[in-house]
Design a protein around this ligand. Structure first.
Ligand SMILES: C[S@@+](CC[C@H](N)C(=O)[O-])C[C@H]1O[C@@H](n2cnc3c(N)ncnc32)[C@H](O)[C@@H]1O
Length: 279
């Protein structure tokens, strides 16, 4: 079996287990959501945690629309390099377009559990909002560890959906829609076990922080409204949720907003880990 066959097989397997497909339409929605000021501020936190310097070699695992890769390429400059991998052709096309003037970037199709790079290759690696879709976390962390040089650092950011707080006056409907949304990822609560899993993969855990996505008003260009719209378009046909029920669920937020009763809060968690130096 060739290396390419192995990669394609595992990508097909990932598509079968993860219900969300990052096709052209979903990729555009993710890009719009990730351009909201809430997610721009989160990216700033990720960049601070990475603390990149000129000339560094960086890997972005699940690079998506390339927003973070673009900022990292600015930070390392033309003497450095940013490599991005992703399983979605739509996302890769967006990232390549976004970074087309940064010749020191490259993007290719690959699985988080089979990184196409030699050992000890990168100064830093990052993966934001990706591992929740990856079934085999120990395999993904082993790969992350392998491709980092000794002393290299990894920054991981993921959501714990147990932290989701949304006000509603129709609890049963909320429950049905959220249960449908649960099908879009593999791990709903990845952050709570990640410290342990990073240490088991050989990392030293250096820093952890919670990053709340908090929107107490129902407003355009916020993470909360964009996320609820994504949930409303994902839910129909899952867990018995119909198109009209999902639309009514979303419409409630307009009403709650007008009445001053809208509330959306969801935590993302940031981890900084370091690969031990060789003795
Ligand atoms: C929510 S997006 C996040 C994109 C980007 N990391 C960001 O924060 O802007 C999730 C991305 O992970 C990618 N992805 C999902 N499963 C993956 C896997 N097993 N290996 C590599 N990428 C994966 C998706 O195709 C998608 O581009």
């Amino acid at each position: 079996m060739t290396q390419d066959t192995v990669k394609v097989d595992s990508i097909v397997a990932a598509k079968q287990v993860g219900a969300i497909q990052f096709d052209d339409e979903i990729s555009r929605k993710v890009e719009a959501l990730y351009l909201t000021p809430d997610v721009v501020a989160q990216r700033e936190r990720v960049l601070q945690a990475l603390a990149l310097t000129t000339g560094e070699q960086v890997l972005d695992i699940g690079s998506g629309p390339g927003l973070l890769a673009y900022d990292m390429a600015e930070a390392v400059g033309p003497k450095g390099h940013v490599s991005g991998i992703d399983v979605s052709h739509s996302m890769l096309a967006m990232a390549k377009k976004r970074c087309c003037d940064q010749a020191w970037t490259d993007f290719r199709i690959a699985e988080a559990t089979q990184l196409p790079y030699p050992d000890d290759n990168f100064d830093a690696a990052v993966s934001t909002q990706v591992y929740e879709y990856v079934r085999d976390i120990p395999a993904a962390l082993a790969e992350l560890h392998r491709v980092l040089r000794p002393g290299g650092r990894a920054v991981i950011l993921d959501t714990d959906y147990g932290s989701l707080v949304i006000h509603t006056e129709d609890g049963p409907r909320m429950q049905r829609v959220l249960s449908a949304w649960d099908q879009h990822f593999v791990h709903a609560n990845l952050p709570r076990l990640l410290s342990r899993q990073l240490r088991e993969a050989g990392f030293m855990v250096r820093h952890r922080a919670a990053i709340p996505m908090f929107n107490p008003e129902f407003e355009d260009n916020t993470y909360g409204k964009g996320m609820l719209a994504m949930m409303a378009s994902f839910a129909p046909g899952r867990n018995g949720v119909s198109q009209s029920e999902a639309a009514a669920w979303f419409a409630e937020f307009e009403t709650l907003g007008a009445e001053g009763k809208f509330f959306f809060s969801l935590n993302r968690y940031l981890f900084v880990a370091e690969k031990k130096e060789k003795r």
